[in-house]
Design a binder for this molecule. Structure first.
Ligand SMILES: [Ca+2]
Length: 225
């Protein structure tokens, strides 16, 4: 009986010590909401901003645009299908989309991040192009923690999933950030992206593991009675 009370007390103390993981997620991962929801006669919009995302257009307005399914269905494009009604194109040298998830590495603790994106390519007229997806510290402005450089896309392929993963120890700086960057050598290489999402699988903390062990012990003791 005395042991039972001791175990209960230990469980209560450990419960208080355990931090609750915040859920990391992306805002507007399917690019369905934007400040300007219209398209031109070629089914793209090069000047809109999309909720939750920071757009990098280091070269020109052609670097990043919001597109619709009609753009993808065009005879010269033929990629898709998009997830929902809208997606993005990324092109040029360094055209980019990034997002600060608003969730810190510290609040999530140790575990595995997985950033996934559906991607295709609508054109590539010169050179060997690439697109890079990355998990980045400081909300996307800091150190690149891991990246995946994709060179296997071909114009006309349907969108398919690509991912990058990173095992965190929880000491990484600032918020969890994701960055998508065009590695096209000029504006002739255009990538189509949609359906971005992020997942996190926590590694049980020592306190959690200890609590599970005590829970098991309590169960054994109860059964023995
Ligand atoms: Ca979409």
């Amino acid at each position: 009986m005395k042991l039972k009370y001791t175990i209960t007390a230990c469980c209560m103390v450990l419960s208080g010590m355990m931090s609750v993981n915040a859920a990391v997620s992306l805002t507007n991962g399917s690019f369905e909401t934007a400040t300007d929801d219209t398209y031109n006669g070629f089914n793209y919009n090069r000047t809109t901003t999309v909720d939750g995302w920071t757009i990098g257009r280091p070269g020109s307005l052609w670097d990043v645009a919001r597109i619709n399914q009609a753009y993808c269905d065009d005879a010269s494009v033929q990629t898709g299908p998009l997830n929902g009604g809208a997606g993005m194109w990324i092109s040029g040298v360094g055209g980019s989309l990034s997002q600060d998830t608003g969730t810190s590495f510290a609040s999530e603790g140790a575990g595995d991040y997985l950033f996934t994106l559906s991607m295709g390519q609508s054109s590539n007229f010169t050179g060997v192009d690439s697109i890079t997806i990355a998990l980045v510290a400081d909300g996307g402005a800091g150190a690149v923690l891991n990246s995946n450089v994709i060179t296997t896309l071909n114009p006309g392929d349907d969108l398919s999933d690509f991912s990058v993963s990173y095992t965190a120890d929880g000491t990484e700086s600032g918020n969890v950030g994701v960055v998508i960057t065009s590695g096209a050598d000029d504006l002739s290489g255009v990538y189509v992206v949609d359906n971005a999402r992020i997942g996190f699988t926590a590694v049980p903390e020592p306190a959690s593991a200890a609590l599970l062990g005590l829970g098991g012990l309590a169960l054994i003791l109860r059964r023995r009675k």
